[in-house]
Design a protein around this ligand. Sequence first.
Ligand code: TYD
Length: 199
Amino acid sequence: MSEIIPHKLIVFEGIDGSGKTTVSKMLFNYMKEKNLPVAWLREPSDSNWGKKIREISRFKTSIPLEEELNYFIEDRKFNVSHNIKPALSQNKTVILDRYYYSTACYQGARGMNMDEIIQMNREFAPEPDITFIIDVDVNIGMNRIKESRNSRVKLFEQKIFLEKVRKNYLTLTGKNIHIIDGNQDLKTILKRIIEILGL
Ligand code: TYD
């Protein structure tokens, strides 16, 4: 079924290697070609917090969980005020590659309470109009990562951990949360998303 309400904040979620970045960029290009006002943003963002997060994950250093959560929250606060809200106020549709469901599912997989994380984020972050969870088998996701990154599997990307993250994503429900089978080819996935968005 397609929906007719315009979606202003479209969020893509999924485990590492799910293909969400590629699919979200394909949607961005599709909308651009249709001359629709659109912005593509990602989290972790390019803020100093986001850079710090990427450094930590690259060098496989581990930091206390509370600190880790704090980095993601601070990065999101920056992204909301500097990138997301300005784009929305210019009447653009914002396509977001990861958002607070990542924090709920990843830091949740590290032992934190998912609902509390979502509540904490809702205090400052606009609610997504629609969320697509690109769901793939963890082995498929990990193989894609290995292929594209020369076997350099990062801290966040370990199998058992990703199994927990995937399980967390699959517990998310709501009328505007759509779980998409990410084992299909990219064109089929995009077609399904466009259909749901009614574009
Ligand atoms: P990712 O989108 O995979 O970045 P890159 O394109 O650089 O690989 O995000 C980096 C990692 O951060 C990823 O494993 C998911 C994790 N993450 C969290 O744990 N919590 C969060 O809130 C976010 C946004 C990401």
